[in-house]
Design a protein around this ligand. Structure first.
Ligand code: FAD
Length: 240
């Protein structure tokens, strides 16, 4: 695994991203994330690496048998920029640590809002989900409406600030779910797998699914190749 993973940033949606800020164990050490998991498990009998074959087998055994605490020895720290609709779902995961931008301290920019590329229709058989897309004309009209709605909200926000209203109150004018938010967050590999299982699934909302998938493809898999294989084998397949 290469050091270049730290600092790597993946653009998501129209203005969002996920960036890996830090990783434990740090790539500059000789210990890979997978090995850190194996070494943590072997402390049970005060041992360490026994070579790739045995180490890999032990890691698969651990995940298969839900011996999860060694997976908490690996940690990922990300900077995320996503619409509030995504933030709102993400922060329900209590095992993550967060520190977010303050809308009381920093003013929002005029372009800080999410415009979807397509408008999905209400699912016919799942009250929480979407399916398919509206036709092209409706798509264009809805997008123009959202932009007009946001611009009007931002105008009122800016006018309130200009009138001397505090940032913490002026933001009440901004369309809530579409505003982009930025936060720093940290999670261990065990709880990240839990998040990925729930948020990469087809019943998760697209606007969080794309973040979960990007984290899995661009950070989790390259950082923890054995763990990713075991995760696919024992957790994702079981969910299908
Ligand atoms: C498709 C989907 C639809 C959803 N719909 C809704 C909805 O309509 N309304 C809604 O409110 N939420 C909804 N959620 C959020 C969901 O209920 C969870 O809050 C969210 O997924 C976080 O999961 P978690 O609690 O397992 O994760 P975490 O908070 O990260 O916790 C991980 C695990 O740690 C344990 N844990 C953590 N904290 C505690 C605690 N205090 N007590 C006991 N055990 C704990 C649990 O085993 C838990 O599974 C939805 C989630 C998904 C994926």
């Amino acid at each position: 695994m290469s050091e270049s993973l730290i600092g790597k940033r993946i653009d998501i949606l129209d203005k969002g991203f996920v960036e890996l800020l830090d990783l434990m164990p740090h790539p500059a050490t000789d210990v890979s994330g997978d090995l850190a998991i194996v070494n943590a498990a072997r402390v049970s009998f005060m041992g360490e690496s026994k070579g790739d074959d045995k180490d890999r087998k032990l890691l698969f055994y651990l995940l298969r048998n839900q011996h999860t605490s060694p997976f908490e020895m690996v940690e990922f720290k990300f900077r995320v920029r996503a619409p509030v609709v995504t933030w709102w779902q993400w922060v329900r995961h209590r095992t993550w640590n967060f520190n977010a931008q303050s809308g009381r301290y920093t003013a929002f920019e005029e372009t800080d809002y999410y415009v979807p590329s397509v408008w999905r229709k209400q699912s016919a058989n799942n009250k929480q989900a979407s399916e398919g897309e509206v036709d092209e004309d409706t798509n264009a009209r809805l997008t123009a409406d959202l932009i007009a709605h946001y611009e009007q909200g931002f105008k009122l926000y800016a006018a309130a600030l200009a009138a001397g209203v505090s940032k913490e109150m002026a933001r009440l004018y901004l369309p809530g779910f579409s505003v982009y938010y930025t936060w720093v967050t940290k999670v261990d590999a065990h709880n990240l797998m839990h998040f990925l299982r729930l948020r990469m699934a087809s019943d998760a909302q697209y606007e969080i699914r794309v973040y979960a998938q990007a984290i899995y493809d661009h950070f989790f898999k390259p950082a923890l190749p054995w763990t990713a294989e075991a995760f696919e084998e024992y957790i994702l397949k079981a969910q299908e």
